[in-house]
Design a protein around this ligand. Structure first.
Ligand SMILES: Nc1ncnc2c1ncn2[C@@H]1O[C@H](COP(=O)(O)OP(=O)(O)OP(=O)(O)O)[C@@H](O)[C@H]1O
Ligand SMILES: [Mg+2]
Length: 278
């Protein structure tokens, strides 16, 4: 069994729900929501680990604790067996830049820069000199099928193309982990499937660890090596698509598969319910 690349132990995260300085702030001072409730988790090198849950269940918070963009109040996050709490702020920033890429739903590109310079940005921050960063950015743009628009600006591109730029920008520094928060959710269904295929193709070429947040179970099933189901800050079930489909831990887990074609993953004995043999 390989060692986990990321490990969470007893992670709790709370948000204060009172706006600071508001009229009611004294009464509300103790009001807080627990966004993460005792999360224990191991993510292994090379897997696409998908996090699914209803809105507000804590998916984005969990994703952001993995690189301490949101540091948890309690518990520990380990990257390659090293506790992130033990890192100095400078080492934490270096770890994020070199090893943990992020792709967001809102593409977060720089419109004043060309597509090429957007992709080269991470290398620029890392101090890579111009000729090399442009060469690496061009190679990455070829991989995501955007070589022809390198000199355009993001607003000239469609949403799907912009998200390819976002993906290329995250991948160009060659991170070992890629965190993706609803990265394809804003795209129309056909483009969304194309992006899923692109991610799977890139993954076949170069196995990274991908942690992928989505609302959409079809997307989760298409991409995920394992799927984690979140409810109210807790991990209700973590397992392979087969395990979740054939043995859902709770009705909440089953609810996510309603209306989704799961026949590919069903165990043979379950077919009896679907197609009676007599
Ligand atoms: N900055 C914040 N301040 C206060 N509460 C927050 C903050 N961010 C998130 N929350 C609360 O924490 C809980 C988890 O939020 P989170 O954004 O992680 O959920 P999510 O599963 O990503 O939701 P969505 O699917 O809508 O993106 C929710 O109750 C949310 O309202
Ligand atoms: Mg979210």
């Amino acid at each position: 069994m390989p060692k986990p690349i990321i490990e969470l132990r007893h992670v709790n995260k709370y948000y204060s729900t009172s706006a600071p300085g508001s009229f009611f702030s004294r009464q509300q001072a103790k009001a807080r929501v627990q966004a993460l409730d005792n999360i224990n988790l191991e993510i292994y090198p090379g897997e696409i680990f998908v996090i699914v849950g209803l809105s507000g269940s804590g998916k984005s918070t969990l994703l952001r604790t993995l690189n301490h963009l949101i540091p948890p109040e309690e518990g520990d996050v380990f990257f390659e067996q090293q506790s992130l709490t033990s890192l100095t702020p400078a080492r934490l920033i270096a770890l994020r830049r070199q090893h943990i890429g992020m792709v967001f739903q809102s593409f977060a590109l720089f419109d004043e820069r060309t597509v090429l310079d957007n992709v080269a940005f991470g290398l620029e921050v890392a101090g890579v000199e111009k000729a090399e960063r442009h060469q690496r950015a061009r190679l990455m743009l070829e991989k995501v099928g955007l070589a022809a628009v390198a000199d355009q600006h993001p607003h000239q591109l469609s949403g799907g193309m912009q998200q390819r730029v976002g993906l290329a920008r995250a991948l160009v520094v060659n991170p070992s982990v890629l965190l993706m928060d609803e990265a394809f959710s804003a795209l129309d269904p056909i483009i969304r499937r194309e992006m899923q295929s692109l991610l799977l193709n890139l993954q076949a070429e170069h196995q990274r660890t991908v942690v992928f947040v989505t609302h959409d179970m079809e997307e989760a099933l298409r991409l995920g090596s394992r799927i984690a189901i979140m409810e109210k800050g807790q991990l209700v079930q973590v397992g392979s698509p087969e395990a979740l489909i054939n043995a859902p831990a709770t009705p909440y887990v089953r609810h996510f598969f309603a209306g989704v074609d799961v026949s590919r993953w069903q165990l043979a004995e379950n077919y009896a319910d679907v197609w009676p043999t007599h």
